[in-house]
Design a binder for this molecule. Structure first.
Ligand SMILES: Cc1cc2nc3c(=O)[nH]c(=O)nc-3n(C[C@H](O)[C@H](O)[C@H](O)COP(=O)(O)OP(=O)(O)OC[C@H]3O[C@@H](n4cnc5c(N)ncnc54)[C@H](O)[C@@H]3O)c2cc1C
Ligand code: FES
Length: 346
């Protein structure tokens, strides 16, 4: 379990803002815990959005091979906030951006694996009971520290915390990655009753409750969980009673398709909550017949909604290649950027 060592003081250059980072924590997450709007996205060293410049002080780089950290960054004393642990007091240069102001300050709790169930041939749901409350917004994610695995792994919650002052459960829907370290431990090593560190919530692709536009949720592969959470959030939010939600799930073959059964149980199903699925691989699947859409989700979304997408609030989650294709399609259709919310699953 995590243990907090002595704190180091981090000062933001060109402002009098300071915050504390304890031993065992990193620059980015301790800033967010203190309410500082430190820009970031993935939290796992991949996107490069959390870079800052070290002006004074010393730090440890936790994952020197992180794909988001380049040789040029090293030369310029630029570091990843999610992979930097200060050794003492530091001064850093960073441009906070209000967009990243945390809605809920991230906190570290213990999570006990209480239940798991299969969703498809390679996706399972893992439920953790928490030692302390972790309020979060539909669509956010948490970081799991798994035994024997370097760093943390990010997983989005599929449940919601609505109406609960002390949400004590997190549900994750995880796709097994062949030879993946983290998913290997989750699927094959963790027993019911096992206890791990969980840190969250994180992520900016959360449900905008104050926006009264119809919603399109696009989930590709492992991107199921946050979109299910958003659909559950919409169903539970009375202020969004008049909003229609369209859910589009994209898989490779018919046996990958999932999510419909989770929406069917929600109030408003078939009236204002709708589910469609697309598969990209038309080769006949020996076990499952298919009469749904065929193609990649971004082209199916374009065909189904066309220019109406400009009037919708769009959320999507899944692998970076899918995210890039959806973004290109939305730009071509002139969908306003502030109506589009996503986390890419590096
Ligand atoms: C915001 C976000 C949300 C996600 N939500 C989901 C979800 O809901 N469901 C789902 O199935 N997947 C999700 N993922 C993907 C998930 O986090 C893992 O990348 C995936 O499960 C593969 O992990 P692995 O350890 O099995 O694979 P591996 O190939 O062993 O590890 C890949 C991941 O681990 C990170 N990593 C590798 N080595 C280190 C290290 N030394 N230190 C720190 N990080 C390291 C990489 O950046 C990469 O993210 C999400 C990813 C992100 C960024
Ligand atoms: S948030 Fe640090 S690299 Fe993505």
């Amino acid at each position: 379990m995590h243990s907090d060592g002595p704190a180091h003081r981090i000062t933001l250059a060109a402002s009098d803002q300071t915050y504390e980072c304890t031993n065992g924590d990193v620059m980015l997450r301790s800033a967010l815990r203190a309410g500082i709007a430190f820009p970031y996205e993935c939290n796992v060293g991949a996107c490069g959005n959390c870079k800052f410049e070290l002006i004074e002080g010393d730090l440890d780089v936790l994952w020197p091979e992180a794909p988001g950290w380049t040789a040029k960054d090293r030369e310029r004393r630029r570091y990843l906030g999610c992979q930097s642990a200060p050794r003492g007091d530091c001064t850093i240069k960073l441009r906070p951006s209000a967009h990243y102001a945390p809605k809920h300050a991230p906190r570290r709790v213990n999570g006990t694996l209480s239940e798991r169930r299969a969703i498809t041939h390679d996706i399972e749901e893992f439920r953790f009971t928490l030692s302390g409350a972790m309020p979060f917004e539909p669509g956010q994610y948490a970081l799991l520290t798994l035994p024997g695995v370097e760093g943390q792994r990010a997983y989005s919650m599929s449940n919601i915390a609505d109406g609960m002052t002390h949400p004590r459960e997190l549900h994750f829907q995880v796709r097994r990655v062949p030879n993946g370290q983290g998913t290997g431990v989750l699927f094959d090593v963790l027993d019911i009753g096992a206890c791990i560190d969980i840190d969250g919530p994180y992520g900016m692709a959360y449900l905008r409750r104050d926006v009264k536009r119809d919603i399109l949720c696009i989930a590709g592969g492992s991107g199921l969980a946050p979109m299910i959470s958003i659909a559950r959030g919409v169903a539970a939010e009375r202020a969004l009673d008049d909003i229609k939600l369209h859910f589009l799930y994209g898989g490779r073959t018919p046996r990958d398709v999932c999510g419909r059964d989770m929406l069917e149980t929600l109030p408003g199903w078939a009236e204002r909550l709708h589910f469609q699925a697309a598969v990209s691989d038309v080769a006949p699947d020996s076990e499952t017949a298919w009469d749904g859409h065929v193609g990649f989700v971004h082209t199916v979304a374009e065909t189904l909604f066309g220019e109406n997408l400009r009037d919708m609030e769009i959320y999507f989650a899944g692998p970076p290649a899918m995210g890039a294709a959806i973004q290109r399609a939305l730009v071509a259709l002139k969908v306003p950027f502030d109506q589009v919310h996503f986390d890419q699953f590096y």
